[in-house]
Design a protein around this ligand. Structure first.
Ligand SMILES: C[S@@+](CC[C@H](N)C(=O)[O-])C[C@H]1O[C@@H](n2cnc3c(N)ncnc32)[C@H](O)[C@@H]1O
Length: 330
């Protein structure tokens, strides 16, 4: 930050996690849900949510400095950012915040020096079966993770659909599509297209309950490392490749190549790391990928190189202007 001294830079960065933890705590305890449109006494909000009034006021005071809630004279009101913590917001990020507060994320971040020493995933040392194994065995954490994926994608889906002609495809396979938020939005925008959601069995079982888009969406549970993928003329891998190091990432793309009929296209939808020094969310995401998976967020050149080893070649890169790019490969 331009107006920071070296001392305050290190001071703020050293303890920046405390603001994150306040955000996790208020999201977990549903503080934003209990606050309506009215300016409310902190004490009344604390009573309504069963928390300590003094601790709540102090956490809200810190969050206020980041624009999350407004606290003045012990009275609290919403800001545009705190409204995103409400469960009933159409663009709610409550589960996204809760995901970062899960032990799976938090404990892995605590062990970041392990990743620094070894380059390995800290999550692998603390959670049996690693990240995906832990989620398979813990349904409530898996629910929060899947909901968080839908929440983060909601802010990007409109721009993705507006930036690319998905109606050229007859059948799209969304590989690792989570709850199906992207494929559902595409099918709604392209009435002549059908789709298949492919993901791990427990994820697909939950997604099926959200409906099949009038029979146009099929579901297939499986493992992209061992099972063959459904056939389609379009394949999507959105924020899947960043979860994997070079070798497994290449295997996933090769699995698409193996199942894809002649002429099919692959769309890698990923946040690219800019080659510049500016602050960028992708640089935070990259450290998350390191600590959780020993994986990485890649530059545009990194995606090109990875895809080139699989028989596909990236032909076009489209910036959606929503912090995510579409790399079209054929
Ligand atoms: C980071 S999430 C991305 C979800 C969604 N594409 C999005 O962008 O919101 C990665 C997805 O890959 C799925 N996944 C992980 N390992 C898998 C495997 N071996 N086979 C199939 N899907 C897998 C996860 O269940 C998860 O839904």
């Amino acid at each position: 930050m331009a107006d920071q001294t070296p001392f305050s830079c290190i001071q703020e960065l050293s303890a920046g996690y405390l603001a994150s933890r306040c955000l996790h705590a208020v999201a977990e305890l549903g503080i934003a849900d209990a606050l309506d449109d009215e300016v409310t006494e902190v004490g009344a909000l604390a009573t309504a949510t069963g928390v300590n009034p003094d601790a709540l006021a102090r956490m809200l005071r810190l969050l206020d400095t980041h624009g999350v809630f407004r606290l003045e004279n012990q009275k609290v009101s919403h800001t545009p950012a705190s409204l995103l913590l409400r469960s009933d917001s159409p663009t709610s990020m409550r589960d996204f915040v809760r995901m970062f507060g899960l032990p799976l994320f938090w404990r892995s971040a605590e062990l970041l020096s392990t990743s620094l020493r070894t380059g390995e995933a800290a999550a692998d040392t603390s959670f049996e079966g690693g990240f995906w194994g832990h989620l398979s065995a813990n349904p409530e954490e898996a629910r929060v993770f899947d909901a968080a994926m839908s929440a983060k994608a909601l802010g990007q889906i409109g721009a993705i659909i507006g930036s690319y002609d998905f109606s050229q495809f007859h059948h799209i396979v969304d590989v690792g599509g989570g709850q199906g938020h992207l494929i559902r939005a595409i099918l709604r925008a392209c009435p002549n297209t059908t789709g298949t959601l492919f993901d791990l069995p427990h994820v697909v079982d939950a997604a099926r309950k959200l409906g099949d888009e009038g029979g146009r969406l099929r579901f297939q549970g499986g493992d992209f490392f061992t099972d063959s993928l459904p056939a389609g003329d379009g394949y999507i891998l959105m924020e899947v490749i960043h979860d994997w190091a070079e070798d497994p990432a290449g295997k996933i793309i090769a699995a698409v190549k193996k199942s894809a009929p002649e002429g099919a296209k692959l769309l890698l939808i990923e946040t690219e790391v800019p080659e510049t020094r500016e602050p960028d969310w992708s640089k935070t995401l990259d450290i998350l990928m390191l600590t959780l998976f020993a994986a990485r967020q890649r530059t545009a050149a990194g995606y090109q190189q990875l895809v080139a080893q699989t028989g596909f070649g990236i032909q076009t890169a489209i910036d959606t202007h929503a912090g995510i790019s579409i790399f079209e490969a054929a």
